[in-house]
Design a protein around this ligand. Sequence first.
Ligand SMILES: Nc1ncnc2c1ncn2[C@@H]1O[C@H](COP(=O)(O)OP(=O)(O)OP(=O)(O)O)[C@@H](O)[C@H]1O
Length: 362
Amino acid sequence: MLEVSIRHAYPDFTLDARFEAPPGLTALFGRSGSGKTTIVNAVAGLLRPDAGRIVSEDRVLLNTDRGIRLPPHRRRLGYIFQEGRLFPHLTVRQNLHYGAWFASRRTPREDAGKVVELLGIGHLLDRRSGGLSGGEKQRVAIGRALLSAPRLILADEPLAALDEARKSEILPYFERLRDEVAVPILYVSHSASEVARLATTVVAMEAGRIIRRGSAAEVLSDPAILPAGAREAGSVLTATVVAHHADGLTELDAGGVRLFLPRVEQPVGRKLRVRIAAHDVILSRLQPEGLSALNILPGVVEDVRQGQGPGVLVALATPAGRLLVRITRRSAAQLEIGVGQRAYGVVKTVAVAPTDIGVTGS
Ligand SMILES: Nc1ncnc2c1ncn2[C@@H]1O[C@H](COP(=O)(O)OP(=O)(O)OP(=O)(O)O)[C@@H](O)[C@H]1O
């Protein structure tokens, strides 16, 4: 458990944030300038906040009331930056050892083997890190952070510098980190899809304050919380793999509703989290018939929220969870959408991208 309570004033910005991060991956989520990096820097010990208390796994890292402030190197943190920050002239093995050296021999030798296996970097050990791809570098950077035997991992926008293909290569390693390594992770991101895929807990920030804390499904599907803007709005449903069909589709069960997605390479019985972008859902007041779309979720309208632009965000309570639908104001008026009405959300199978489907952490 990580407990953070920080107050800090810059000339034009005041941070006043308090939250707890339980085990798993806690995403600090908010738009640029909301204060995410300021929090990470305070936890890392790189920023001396005006006032605050930070406790990681029962170790007090900072308590300004009691004059306690551990220096950065004694905080036992693993740091994963946006650009791997490896030593390019050293081999992967040497870069990894650097992490272990920092831990002053606290990492048992067999752990290094486990980390190398977890991240699939065994074949890269003798390569110079300068010659690796962006995705490979980032895997080594994760390994180096892990081998420093950290009590907490800080990851500040670790995927932001990667293209879409590299992102989808790295996301499963962060899932493994979350599910297989018992070290809490504080993960900074402004990407709703990344947070939907990885976060056990989401701490949403705006203008230096925490505006919401909860599970990815709860926070991201709250129409009031759209730090990334309405374009990124979407919901997170939990579903279980039921069958793989010969026509290339995977059938899922989401709270009793059948969903069909392009083939998902996960075994039958596996629980998944599926992000569905609000602009990929069609809303219907009547039960649709004769449609090509395979996924129809019945529900009740819970919330209708007008944005500043032409869009309206409708939250639909369905047996599969809360589904967000983005429609135009005109459609909302034509459909006479109102809270309490029955409606149907229609999701095209091919609208769900592979990066929007991940395994659940718990
Ligand atoms: N050293 C500083 N002096 C003055 N203001 C600062 C300083 N560092 C950060 N700020 C201000 O604090 C605010 C929050 O910055 P911060 O980097 O924490 O935001 P962020 O959410 O991490 O944004 P981003 O995603 O762009 O990094 C910004 O308005 C920034 O200009």
